[in-house]
Design a protein around this ligand. Structure first.
Ligand SMILES: CC(C)(COP(=O)(O)OP(=O)(O)OC[C@H]1O[C@@H](n2cnc3c(N)ncnc32)[C@H](O)[C@@H]1OP(=O)(O)O)[C@@H](O)C(=O)NCCC(=O)NCCS
Length: 238
């Protein structure tokens, strides 16, 4: 092949024509601390689920679960086999919660993990649902599973949108839909990503715990001071 004539870098740029516009920057997604939960969080998990409206319970569980049924579900969570994780606000209330259920050991058939999640009504539309789902994808992948599965009511537009956007294949059967997301194999990078994310979420939780402690200490000091400032005998009358 004949050699092309030498061109200066500027001439080469000009010859290449107008530069293709750079791909749009991905939308800014702030980091959301998602923390793994353990049996000692059962009370907070129950509080989150019991606060869901009747309709949300229907969407989450596939039926309008009553308080007793929710309590039984929470009591039966298997934290050794499954993963339960969530997002805490500054008051350490669970504003988003997910349950990633793993197949029983030795279970025949496809090795899929099942996702179920919920976000408190006041915090919806801020990306928590999608972030919980991404977290589930990463953890299921790192546990060696090749599929993430969601069973949702077909009317659950938000959940199915999250699944579709992540690349899941959605199979609709009347009022119910199943979504299957193929997961890539885990890599060193995916393991490190999980390790770093979990560590940072743990630090965030500890900081929130400490800030709550400092807040209660300040309140207590304030109460003691106002007690001291009162006329002798007045505090006893209050
Ligand atoms: C499903 C649920 C977890 C989504 O939580 P969320 O934090 O609001 O979700 P996100 O903010 O990540 O939004 C995800 C997508 O759904 C869309 N969406 C949110 N609410 C929607 C609604 N009511 N209708 C249509 N789309 C909706 C969002 O616009 C977003 O799409 P986009 O990324 O293209 O903008 C939440 O609605 C919920 O808790 N529902 C009740 C329980 C439930 O249905 N659980 C799922 C059963 S497995």
């Amino acid at each position: 092949m004949p050699n092309a004539p030498e061109l200066s870098p500027a001439a080469r740029l000009e010859a290449a024509g107008p530069a293709a516009s750079p791909p749009p920057a991905p939308p800014f997604a702030p980091w959301i601390p998602i923390r793994s939960l353990s049996p000692r969080h059962r009370e907070r998990i129950a509080a989150h689920l019991l606060a869901l409206s009747e309709r949300d319970r229907y969407l989450r569980f596939g039926y309008a679960a009553g308080d007793a049924q929710i309590q039984r579900y929470v009591d039966g969570l298997d934290f050794d086999r499954d993963e339960v994780f969530g997002v805490f606000n500054r008051r350490l209330q669970l504003i988003a919660l997910a349950h990633l259920a793993f197949p029983q050991p030795g279970q025949p058939g496809p090795q899929a993990a099942e996702f179920g999640g919920s976000v408190v009504a006041a915090a919806r539309g801020r990306g928590y649902g999608a972030r919980l789902f991404e977290h589930a994808m990463l953890h299921a992948r790192n546990r060696g599973l090749d599929t993430l599965f969601i069973h949702a009511l077909s009317e659950n537009t938000a959940m199915l949108r999250i699944a579709r956007k992540a690349g899941a294949r959605v199979e609709r059967e009347g009022s119910e839909s199943d979504a299957y997301l193929k997961l890539p194999q885990d890599t060193l990078a995916s393991q490190v990503e999980q390790w770093v994310g979990d560590g940072a979420a743990e630090i965030d939780y500890r900081l929130k715990q400490q800030s709550r402690l400092v807040g209660s200490l300040i309140d207590a000091i304030g109460e003691v001071r106002s007690g001291i400032g009162k006329q002798p005998g007045q505090a006893a009358k209050d």
